[in-house]
Write a protein that binds this ligand. Sequence first.
Ligand code: NAD
Length: 263
Amino acid sequence: MDLGLRGKVAMVAAASRGLGYGIARELAREGALVSIGSRTEPDVYDAADSLTEESGSEILANVLDASDPDSVAQWIDHTVNAFGGVDMLVVNAGGPPAGNFDDFDDTAWQSAFELTLMSAVRMIRGVLPFMRQAGGGSILTITSCSVKEPIDFLLLSNVMRSGVTSLAKSLSLQLAPENIRINNLMPGRIDTDRVQSLDAMNATQQGLDPESVRAANELGIPMRRYGTIDEFGRLGAFLLSDASSYITGQTIGVDGGLIKTVW
Ligand code: NAD
């Protein structure tokens, strides 16, 4: 399907690898101008080179710390100076540390709040003037299936991502009359470095090897496998494009059937 993205400007946070990279790659394949932001310097430039090489699209690489307000502001400035505006935004960041209630002091809670919730607030606030100027736009937040069913040992993530989901829904109501849509994607288990490192951590805790932890996880997924970043990226690009022009305020799982709630 031609998503009509040629020449449109997209900003994708935390996109040097994993879920962000999957969406950035799909947008680039569709001909969008993509500004990727990620924390680690060689990786973000390497990712931009790979995306340009594969798609021929113009990719802007930015070193971004999503939890730092100045860094977010610089990323937006850099993008607007290079591409002239912003039509699409993907809110994403690395996950907060794993652990249970007794593991976290106020500093840990505050850091998770800055990384996961305030990064979303600041990115959205920063791009809205440009979307309003353009007469519309589309925003996608990335959370987790944990907003439907909390995941053991990921307390900070469970709590902060619920906040992002509520932010997305609340804003969708406010922004719909301005032709700005906002939706939220809940990954289940998409095969990325983050998921592999969580499997390795669980394996260590249970005295198992990571392969058997993964096999047990896959058995709990109706499709019996982890998803790919391409499967995730295709839905992301669709929701960001005008092909989904009547969809806003939705939280959609990409999980192979993992979450079994009716709603
Ligand atoms: P990943 O580890 O594969 O990639 C993370 C990306 O985020 C990298 O590009 C990294 O450079 C970047 N990053 C990390 N911290 C950053 C920061 N402070 N500022 C800017 N960029 C930063 O992880 P992933 O699997 O792609 O996950 C992305 C997000 O989705 C994470 O928050 C993760 O917890 C969440 N999530 C992923 C899954 C999944 O199935 N992969 C499931 C649920 C939730």
